[in-house]
Design a protein around this ligand. Structure first.
Ligand SMILES: Cc1ncc(COP(=O)(O)O)c(C=O)c1O
Length: 398
């Protein structure tokens, strides 16, 4: 980041803001799509809205022919407002509003049921509209040896799942639209079991769904300094893509469409946060720089994010170790531990890899959120204005 650019943006938007890189997002999408398509051509991406539902990003996915993966009626509403066709939306999530489920199903969308009670809801809807066709999605849950007993989806060895499959077989106006799974751990080593688990399941139930959805859980791109802070290997896209060869081997080019639901893999490296050093002090020999910016803005904890300091003209001093701390009153609100280098009040702190679970998870705590700008395409585009106090206060009854 150049000092002149930051100066210009600060003048117009204040001392803290996000920079969205939509160009990088587009390029990540195409690269990830190519990686999987090279192994199994009938492939598509369903972007995980919850990770970062900035409309500009969701629109890019839609333009590029990708699907929307939503997990609430709120995200569903956003996808529809953006103009995503209902048949290109996949609705996951453990709790869904029944009225919205009915509306969405009748529009031709796919709902992935999570449990037997939801299946009962679908049955009652289908029964009421015997002349209409419905696509049923089922979220499944099996062991991939990752040490997690997930709470999501149907246990593939349980009676409820058996009933799901039997229901599809005996109901003429219902087809198996999607078999979906998701495993949160992003280690590529669990992906072969994930992919093979789906192929084995299809063979066992004897029904080939229209789409097989392997979920998210793919690491995004990051600098080596961030990679080194993970206890597991952070692989390239292709390492995940190679694991779906089992679909090509089993189905050739006659198989179901294969989908993944990446969030972080697409958007993680597509946002930076820029904050400003407001004060520097020492307490019992320990140095702190207070920043307009917080861990709440970047949603990264337990690691030191990739950071750049842009000196803005103040008199700098060399620090052997200084913690860059946030504007909240939480002791643990540390943006970066043990920074070493020159620093001055007024310097800009540029934090990278802030694209996933950041702006969508920023609570209205201490300060409203800062604006989001996109400068990746040559001009400065305001993506989200800074929140005002009224944005946060107006739902209270005074
Ligand atoms: C069902 C589902 N799909 C996709 C994702 C996106 O995962 P990631 O950010 O690891 O790509 C999540 C994240 O929790 C999820 O729960």
């Amino acid at each position: 980041m150049r000092k002149e650019t930051i100066e210009r943006l600060k003048k117009e938007y204040g001392d803290a803001f996000y920079l969205l890189n939509s160009k990088q997002f587009r390029s990540n999408y195409l690269e990830l799509k190519d990686a999987f398509s090279s192994v199994y051509p009938s492939f598509n991406i369903a972007y995980s809205y919850k990770t970062n539902y900035t409309p500009k990003l969701c629109r890019i996915v839609n333009e590029l022919g990708g699907y929307a993966e939503v997990v609430s009626e709120m995200e569903l509403e956003l996808a529809l407002r953006i103009g995503v066709k209902p048949e290109n939306i996949i609705w996951n999530g453990p709790v869904k509003n029944p009225r919205e489920v009915e509306r969405f199903l009748r529009l031709g969308g796919t709902v992935n049921v999570d449990n037997a009670d939801e299946l009962d809801l679908i049955k009652s809807i289908v029964e009421r509209y015997p002349k209409e066709k419905f696509g049923l999605g089922i979220r499944v849950n099996y062991d991939v040896d990752d040490g997690v007993v997930s709470r999501f989806g149907f246990d593939v060895l349980g009676d409820d799942f058996k009933e799901c499959c039997a229901y599809v077989r005996r109901t003429p106006n219902v087809e198996l639209a999607v078999l979906q799974c998701h495993f949160a751990k992003r280690n590529a080593e669990y992906w072969p079991a994930r992919a093979k688990g789906m192929v084995d399941l299809i063979d066992r139930i004897g029904v080939i769904p229209k789409k097989v959805d392997l979920g998210g859980g793919i690491f995004g791109k990051m600098a080596d300094e961030l990679k080194a802070q993970f206890s597991v290997n952070v692989p390239e896209y292709q390492a995940y893509a190679d694991t779906v060869k089992v679909f090509a081997d089993r189905f050739g080019n006659q198989g179901p469409e294969l989908i993944i639901e990446p969030g972080s893999a697409l958007v993680g490296d597509c946002m930076q946060f820029v904050g400003t050093v407001k004060s520097i002090k020492s307490v019992r020999g320990k140095w702190f720089a207070s920043v307009l910016g917080s861990q709440q803005n970047v949603s990264m904890s337990g690691v030191n994010p990739p950071i750049g300091i842009v000196h803005m003209g103040g008199k700098t001093k060399e620090y052997k170790t200084i913690d860059l701390v946030g504007f909240t009153c939480i002791e643990g609100d540390v943006l970066y531990r043990g920074y070493r280098g020159e620093l001055a009040i007024g310097d800009a702190v540029v934090i990278s890899n802030c694209g996933s679970y950041s702006i969508v998870m920023k609570p209205p705590f201490i300060l409203p959120n800062f604006p989001v700008l996109d400068i990746s395409e040559g001009k400065t585009e305001l993506i989200k204005r800074g929140e005002t106090y009224d944005d946060l206060f107006h739902t209270f009854v005074y």
